[in-house]
Structures are given as structure tokens and as C-alpha cells.
Design a protein around this ligand. Structure first.
Ligand code: FAD
Ligand code: NAP
Length: 869
């Protein structure tokens, strides 16, 4: 310790709770940074998870060669794993070896529980109380208390009455247990049970497994360390560890880029079979890119595993009971086993399905279950509770943590964890969490996630000290943004559909929110790095006499939009404004061809109608709903800046609108600039609308029920058509739906400044569009800047959607306001986290769907109002 740097008024710079994988590395890392540190650990040895979980069969489910430290490269030569998946004793030996090598126990106080932590704002320190009655102060307090260290309270009546032996997988006796000749019950079928059941069965005279929810388990295919993996590590250790850190799960993994529904049944089965043979926890659910997003895709993998269960388990009723059907595969932690399903073929092993015969109580001699109108009693010598953990938050809120103004962390988190990056919580300065809720943690190889957090925390403390500062705390804004982002990510996945511990659903009374961050290790690491690079965005850093705060939200676009932007950036696609219009149109068509097809509609008809010039024939595409007609009609204008786009580019959106609004959609290919400059598009739009009104009946429409709609420049055309129909003698329109409309030529708006670059539609591209379409002196004409119309009174009711990250946002907002001011009925929705192009991405992006539904609902409302009138 550098005496010069030592903080004089506290006992220690850093106090750590826990001496598992995380606590041990923290002790080392703090020492390296010249910080005084002490870890308190309830257990009497190091190891955490691997100290407590000594049940038979306990071993890791991430291959040992990956599930180890990387911070000491020498360790990789000094320690050799004996198996792909090391047993608990071997992992515990490893952690003891590391503790010895680096003399870590010197800074760990064992057999000591941290009970309370109080932030002293005046002294800017934490007061930590332990169960030995001692108070120790520190500047920085780190909960390395484990995601799966706090056991779930037993919620089965009568458990304390049982006269036989009881065991908990997470608190297994150090001396081991011999079940030879005993009648044993195992309650639970999670990973702990699935690992222990085959071994307990090999000893017990009778084994009864009480299963409430079946789990999906894959064969571990344990054995010697994979040669391929070993040589990959040995050939370039740094590159291998680097790719693990920048992978989605903390293990180098090939990421599938195709959908499970885009391949033949044979190809899909072959890929699943390969994953089944692979013996890893990650290979099945990453076999296709949408298995955790799309229910239909997920079902193909789930059914594959069910078919395996049925092929292994001989008794069909038992096999069926072991087949999970109530949640998508992968949304509860997958298990890895050795002979789990095979064990149920043994005569002395039986399965009790608690869904049909729930436990009524535990008695002195065994377990009673409700069986129809009666009861069945099972007698046992021993009961093993493999009932799980109060995961991710349990160990943190078990400590009385009082932050600024005495706020209790457990109260602040009463409705779910509130964190920034899963690392810190507002109101609790200098309190860090390792693999805390809302970080990837349990969704990853934890060794990698732990190292990332420890490195981040140590670096943050070093940064403070180097800058004469001593506290760090996230702002409320940054934290709220992160909580929203975490929930948004969960919402595009299937995870919320399972009653899993990921959702807090295994603990009665615990709020049901997704606990881990589902965006992946790589993306998350990038975000944490970005926060630091952007001057600790969203953190307030304070010293005795100054505060540095760069407030803000780190991830603001919707997660699927974020993924799209990342992909586009990776592909390095050229922007349209670097091309000629002809090239841009060809490029746009090529991109459209790669989009997912839109939904089926009743009928699609291509036709032509006369352009405003009386010479040109304009193509149109008509979409008819599958429901019996005639239908109301919507004339739709595609986006593309008056220069590019056609019916094909907006095909999926039109199909979606057709189905959801139950109206005929006529998508019109108005003439494009620069060949046909202003006001050709506006004139064609108006001429086409009149033509459709006149031919409504022939097109399968109901005359008089006519609306206009459009996106972007197409919404500009629609808005102009609505004005001209009012001013130039019809047709009568019952509504206008404008998605991200161009309404004005003035770029001097906040949304242009904020979003003019980086969200696909750029300021440069808008300039290119305007330049191709209309001369500068004509730009204030209401036929291209409808916001500048003399009056907006008397226009048809409008539905306007503007997107938060769109240069056109503010002019769309202005049009909505101006219409409302003119007494027009307006429904205006600002789409949070959306960009200009995201709502039209039917089938590709999920988060735009609610806005499309609202647009369709608005159309239905317009038509219904016409009928009533
Ligand atoms: P822990 O190892 O849980 O250590 C936390 C320590 O904090 C504990 O020893 C606890 O006693 C102590 N503590 C908590 N509260 C207090 C307090 N108030 N006062 C004092 N001490 C306290 N992850 C993987 O990535 N791969 C795997 O293969 C894998 N297998 C697992 C198998 C089992 C059986 C379990 C339960 C989990 C497994 N995990 C696995 C997750 C595992 O928890 C992490 O990989 C990792 O071991 C966590 O390390 P940690 O130091 O963060 O927490
Ligand atoms: P778990 O996955 O939460 O499983 C607990 C089991 O107990 C579930 O089957 C649950 O049923 C059942 N249960 C809980 N309360 C019950 C009750 N009152 N009545 C009847 N059944 C009840 O816990 P775990 O098996 O200890 O595993 C937790 C996590 O630790 C794993 O998901 C994994 O991340 C990690 N782990 C890893 C390994 C490994 O292979 N390396 C091994 C063990 C643990 P319901 O599902 O119906 O709630």
C-alpha cells in the first residue's frame, strides 16, 4: 500500500462481501491498485458457490477451460483440469490454489457475516457491521455476495416436522452423505437435482423425485478436456480469452445468423442433433438466431428435446411427465446432465408429478400428496431439498443496506432492482455489486462476467483517486434509463413467459421482473466501456469540494433497433446520398429483397392508373383483406424522399396495415424526382386519390369510406393530398395516417441536430432528397411543406406517429400540434426509442408492432366514424 495514497479517516479503502470467484479476484485487484481491502465471508473457507454446493454430482456446466480466471496467465500453465466439466471438489481446490498462490486469505475474514452497511454522507464512507458486533469503515463497499448464494426459504408445510435426515443441496454437509440402503426423496428438478439424482439413485434403495416443473436437460458428454478447445487456448491464449470476453455468453461461440423457420425440417434436425451431441449448455439455443425470440422457432428446439426424452425414458407416462411444455426452451436455465433421464428407467426410481398430485405437507415420516379426492403418503429416511435460490438479489437485500438519507436498498428495490448497469444504485454512493441484477451475470460464463465487473470497479476507484475525487454514484436519470433498457430487452425475448428464477418467479412474493440483462456479454461490455469513455456518462463523481456529472442515458433506442444499427454499422453500407438516384434505387430494391416477406393477405392485385400529367401510367399495388368485402379503402404512399422506393419497398407494411385495418390498401407509385420534380409527386398523389375514389367500387371498396396514409415523403404526399382534397373539391377523406411525415423544409430543428447522423435517415440524405425534388425557392410551398398551409382548419382527422430518434420528429410533432390548434381531431404518438425506418420493418423488428397496430386502429376508427355519420 502506498502510504501517501492511504485514506486517513477510514479503516479500509475497500470492504468486500464474499470470498468466491468474485471476492477473491477483488482482493487481488484492489491490492494491485494499492488499495487496502478486506473481504468478509460467512463460510470458513474460500470458494463461495463451490464451498457451499457439495452435493453429489455437483460440477460446472460451462467447460472448465472457459470457467476459470484469466487475470493470471500463469495459472493456465500451473493448473490442469482433469475433465471437461470439473467436479465441485476440483473447482474448490482450484480456488484454494489461487488463494494460496496470491496469499489472498490474509485479507479475508472468514466465519463472519456482514449484517449492516450504512452510508455516512458527512464523512463519505460506509459503516459496515458484522455478526461479531464490530463496525468497520470503508470508502468503497462491494457486494461480491453471489447471485446463487442465498437459499430460497422453504415454502412447503411441515418441513420442520420430518424425523428423518434432511439435506439442502446448497448447504451440503462437508463430510458428505451416504444414502446406501435408504429411501430418499428429492424435491425439485432444477440443475442441482438433475446433477445429484443419478448419483443418489446409485446409492439409495428407493428414490422418489418430486417434480413440480420439468426442466430441459442436455447430455453433458463429460470426459477429458476437448483437444480442440485445449489447442485453441494453447495456440493463442490471449486471442481466445479476448474472444470469450467479446462473445455473447462469455464463451467463444459461433453465432447463427439464420432463423429456425428459414430451413428445411431435415436441416434443422441435423443442426439440433449436432448441438445435442456437442454437450454444452449454449449450443442448442444458439443454433438459430431466433430461438429465444420467436415462439414458433423455439418450439422446434423444444420438441426436439422432448423427442429425445421420449426416446430415452421407457415408461411413456413418466417420459411425458418429464417433458416440459409450459415455457419456451432456454427461458429457464438449461441443465446439463449425466444419465438423468436414464435414471428413471431404474426400477427403484419413481417420479411424482406435483402438477397432478401436489404436496400437501411433509410429515414426521415422509411426504403427503393430494391424489384426486384422497391423499397418498410416501415414507422416507431422507429428504433432499433441491429447491433453489433467492437468486441475484437475495444475498444483497439480506444485508441491511442504508444509503443516502437512510434509504434502505431493499425498500428502493421493493418492486424490482433499480441499478445502473447492474453495478451501482442511485442513492447508494460507492456501493458496487459484482454481477448484480441487470447485468449479464447468470446469462453468461460467470468467470468472464465477474472479471469484467471487478476490472470496471477497480478502474473506477482508481479514476476517482487519480482525480482527487472520492465518491461515485449513478444519477436517477441514467438508472431509470438502464432499468427501461433492461426491461425493453426482456420484452423482445421469450424469457418473461417462464416462471423462472431469472424472473424472480420462484420465490413467493418476489416482484416478477427480469433480473439479468439479456443483451449479451459483448454488447454489455461495450456499453460499460462507452460509459467510461463518455466521461462516466450517467455518474456523479464527487470530491470534498467539487462534483463532476455528465448526466444522460446510455442506451436509448429500442433493443431491436440497436441491434439493427449495430449490424448496419458492421456491414458498412454506403448511404444513398453518395449515389446517383439510379444507383440508389437499385440499391434500395436489393435491400428490400432481403427483408422478410410481409403477412399473407386475401388478395394482391397490380394495376395502373393515370398520373397527373395525363401521359404517364402509374403502377399501383392493391391489397385486399381476406375478410368478405367490400371494404373501406386506404390510398397509401410509400417512403423514399420522393426519389426512391415503390410498392415493393413498403410491401410488408401495406400487408400489415391491410390485415389490421381490414381495409383495401392501394399503394401508389407516384412519379419520382429528379426525373419528375416538384410538384409531380404531390400532383400524382392527388390524381391517384381521385381516381381511386372514382373507382372504389370496382376496386372492391365501399364508396365514401376513403382515407390516405403514408410514410416519410409518402406521408408528406398524403398530408398534401388531404389539404388539396379539402381545397379542390374532394374527394371526401375520412382520415389521414402519417408515419414520420415530412411536413416542412426547415432543418433548423432540435431533432435534426440530435438525430441528423447515426440513425439511418441522416441530415445529409434529407438534403439529397430535397435537392433532387424541389428548388430552394419552391420549398415553402404547402404542396411540399404542408405545415405552411394558410389554414389547417377542416382537414380530416389525423393519426400521426413520430419517432424519438428521427430528424423528422420535430416537424411531425409541429404538424400534429398545428392540426390540433386548428381544431382537427389528432391522435399523436411519439414512438419511444424508434428511428425513422424501424416501424416499417414488419417481421424484422418487434418493437414497431404496437405503433402499426395503433395506425391500423386509427384507420378503423376513421371508417367507423364515416359509417356512423
Ligand atoms: P459466490 O460464489 O456465491 O460467493 C459469494 C460468497 O459471499 C459466498 O461464499 C457467501 O457465503 C458470501 N456471502 C454472501 N452474503 C454474505 C454476507 N452477508 N456476509 C458474508 N459473506 C456473505 N456459473 C457458471 O458460469 N458456470 C457454472 O458452471 C456454474 N455452476 C454453478 C453450479 C452451482 C451449483 C451453482 C449454485 C452456481 C453455479 N454457477 C455457475 C454460478 C456461480 O454462482 C458463479 O459462477 C460463481 O461461482 C459466483 O461467484 P461469486 O463469487 O460471485 O459468488
Ligand atoms: P432451481 O433451478 O431453482 O430448481 C429448484 C427446483 O425446486 C425447481 O424444480 C422448483 O420447481 C423446485 N421447487 C422449488 N420450490 C418448490 C416447492 N415448494 N415445491 C416443489 N418444488 C419446488 O435451483 P437449482 O437446481 O439449485 O439451480 C439454480 C441455478 O444454479 C441453476 O439454474 C444454475 O444456474 C445454477 N446451478 C448450476 C449447476 C451446474 O450444472 N453447474 C448445478 C446447480 C445449479 P419450479 O421450477 O416449479 O419452481
Amino acid at each position: 500500500m502506498n502510504e501517501q495514497n492511504r485514506t486517513p479517516d477510514v479503516d479500509l479503502d475497500v470492504i468486500v462481501v464474499g470470498a468466491g470467484f468474485a471476492g477473491l479476484y477483488l482482493v487481488h485487484s484492489c491490492r494491485q491498485a494499492g488499495l487496502s481491502v478486506r473481504a468478509f465471508e460467512t463460510g470458513d473457507g474460500v470458494g463461495g458457490t463451490w464451498y457451499w454446493n457439495r452435493y453429489p454430482g455437483a460440477r460446472c456446466d460451462v467447460q472448465s477451460i472457459d470457467y476459470q480466471y484469466s487475470w493470471d496467465p500463469e495459472l493456465e500453465h500451473e493448473w490442469e483440469w482433469s475433465e471437461r466439466y470439473a467436479t465441485q471438489p476440483e473447482i474448490l481446490r482450484y480456488l484454494n490454489f489461487v488463494a494460496d498462490k496470491h496469499d489472498l486469505r490474509r485479507d479475508v475474514q472468514f466465519s463472519t457475516r456482514v449484517e449492516g452497511a450504512v452510508w455516512d454522507d458527512a464523512e463519505r464512507l460506509w459503516r459496515i457491521t458484522t455478526d461479531d458486533g464490530v463496525e468497520t469503515t470503508c470508502r468503497y463497499y462491494v457486494m461480491a455476495s453471489g447471485c446463487l448464494s442465498s437459499m430460497k426459504d422453504l415454502d412447503i408445510a411441515g418441513a420442520e416436522r420430518f424425523d428423518g435426515e434432511t439435506y439442502y443441496t446448497g448447504r451440503w454437509p462437508h463430510e458428505g452423505v451416504d444414502f446406501t440402503g435408504k429411501r430418499v426423496a428429492v424435491i425439485g428438478t432444477g440443475s442441482s437435482a438433475i446433477q445429484s439424482i443419478p448419483i443418489i439413485a446409485s446409492q439409495a434403495s428407493e428414490l422418489t423425485v418430486f417434480q413440480r416443473t420439468p426442466n430441459f436437460s442436455l447430455p453433458a458428454r463429460n470426459g477429458p478436456v476437448d483437444d480442440a478447445k485445449r489447442s485453441a487456448v494453447e495456440s493463442d491464449r490471449d486471442a481466445y480469452r479476448h474472444s470469450a470476453r467479446w462473445s455473447s455468453v462469455g464463451v467463444p461461440l459461433e453465432q447463427a445468423t439464420d432463423s429456425a423457420l428459414a430451413v428445411s425440417d431435415e436441416a434443422r434436425l441435423a443442426r439440433y442433433e449436432q448441438a445435442w451431441q456437442d454437450g454444452t449448455i449454449f449450443s442448442l439455443t444458439s443454433a438459430y438466431n431466433d430461438l429465444l425470440l420467436n415462439p414458433a422457432s423455439n418450439e422446434t428446439a423444444a420438441e426436439f428435446v422432448r423427442s429425445k426424452i421420449r426416446s430415452i425414458v421407457q415408461d411413456p407416462a413418466t417420459a411425458e411427465a418429464l417433458c416440459p411444455t409450459s415455457y419456451p426452451i432456454g427461458t429457464k436455465r438449461l441443465c446439463l446432465d449425466t444419465n438423468y433421464y436414464e435414471t428413471f428407467n431404474e426400477a427403484h426410481v419413481r417420479l411424482v408429478d406435483l402438477r397432478s398430485t401436489p404436496i400437501s405437507e411433509i410429515t414426521e415420516s415422509g411426504i403427503d400428496v393430494v391424489d384426486g379426492d384422497g391423499a397418498t403418503s410416501y415414507e422416507f429416511d431422507a429428504i433432499v431439498f433441491a429447491t433453489g435460490f433467492d437468486a441475484m438479489t437475495g444475498a444483497i437485500v439480506a444485508v441491511d443496506i442504508a444509503g443516502r438519507d437512510g434509504a434502505q436498498l431493499r425498500d428502493v428495490w421493493a418492486d424490482g432492482p433499480q441499478t445502473y448497469l447492474g453495478l451501482m444504485s442511485h442513492g447508494f454512493p460507492n456501493l458496487f455489486m459484482v454481477t448484480g441484477p441487470q447485468s449479464p451475470s447468470v446469462m453468461s460464463n460467470m468467470a468472464v462476467s465477474i472479471e469484467q465487473h471487478v476490472d470496471w470497479i477497480t478502474a473506477a476507484i482508481e479514476h476517482l483517486r487519480a482525480n482527487g475525487l472520492d465518491t461515485i454514484e449513478p444519477t436517477q436519470l441514467a438508472q431509470d434509463g438502464w432499468v427501461t433498457h433492461t426491461n425493453d430487452f426482456a420484452d423482445i425475448t421469450l424469457f418473461p413467459q417462464a416462471n423462472s428464477w431469472y424472473m424472480g418467479a420462484n420465490v413467493p412474493g418476489k416482484p416478477r421482473v427480469v433480473l439479468p440483462y439479456l443483451g449479451g456479454v459483448d454488447r454489455y461490455r461495450g456499453i460499460c466501456d462507452q460509459v467510461v469513455e463518455r466521461d462516466h456518462l450517467g455518474f456523479e463523481l464527487r470530491g470534498a469540494d467539487r462534483s463532476v456529472v455528465n448526466d444522460g442515458v446510455v442506451c436509448r433506442v429500442q433493443p431491436d433497433v440497436m441491434i439493427l444499427l449495430e449490424m448496419m454499422a458492421e456491414m458498412g453500407l454506403p448511404s444513398f446520398d453518395t449515389m446517383s438516384p439510379v444507383e440508389a434505387r437499385a440499391f434500395s430494391e436489393a435491400m428490400s429483397a432481403a427483408n422478410p416477406p410481409g403477412p399473407e393477405v386475401g388478395d394482391v392485385v397490380d394495376g395502373t392508373l393515370p398520373a397527373a400529367d395525363g401521359v404517364t401510367e402509374l403502377a399501383y399495388r392493391l391489397y385486399r383483406p381476406a375478410t368478405p368485402g367490400p371494404h373501406p379503402v386506404t390510398v397509401y404512399f410509400h417512403g423514399g424522399g420522393w426519389v426512391i422506393g415503390n410498392a415493393t419497398s413498403d410491401d410488408a407494411l401495406c400487408r400489415d396495415l391491410c390485415n389490421q385495418s381490414d381495409s383495401v390498401i392501394v399503394s401508389v407509385d407516384y412519379r419520382h424526382a429528379p426525373e419528375a420534380r416538384f410538384p409531380a409527386a404531390a400532383d400524382d398523389g392527388f390524381a391517384a386519390t381521385r381516381w381511386v375514389a372514382e373507382h372504389a367500387e370496382a376496386l372492391g371498396g365501399r364508396p365514401g369510406e376513403l382515407a390516405v396514409a403514408g410514410w416519410s415523403a409518402g406521408a408528406n404526399v398524403a398530408a398534401v393530398v388531404a389539404q388539396r382534397a379539402r381545397d379542390e373539391g374532394g374527394p371526401s377523406l375520412c382520415g389521414q395516417v402519417l408515419l414520420s411525415p415530412v411536413t416542412d423544409c426547415d432543418f433548423d430543428r432540435e431533432s435534426y441536430r440530435e438525430n441528423g447522423d447515426g440513425y439511418i435517415l441522416t441530415k445529409a440524405l434529407m438534403t439529397w432528397f430535397w435537392d433532387h425534388y424541389v428548388d430552394v425557392e419552391d420549398r415553402s410551398d404547402p404542396r411540399v411543406s404542408p405545415l405552411r398551409a394558410e389554414s389547417l382548419v377542416g382537414l380530416p382527422p389525423a393519426m400521426i406517429v413520430t419517432c424519438e430518434f428521427d430528424p423528422l420528429r420535430d416537424e411531425g410533432n409541429a404538424y400534429a400540434e398545428a392540426l390540433a390548434d386548428a381544431g382537427v381531431s389528432v391522435r399523436h404518438v411519439v414512438a419511444r426509442g424508434q428511428i425513422h425506418t424501424s416501424i416499417v420493418a414488419v417481421g424484422a423488428l418487434l418493437t414497431g408492432a404496437p405503433y402499426r397496430a395503433e395506425m391500423a386502429e386509427a384507420l378503423r376508427g376513421f371508417f367507423a366514424a364515416t359509417v356512423t355519420a
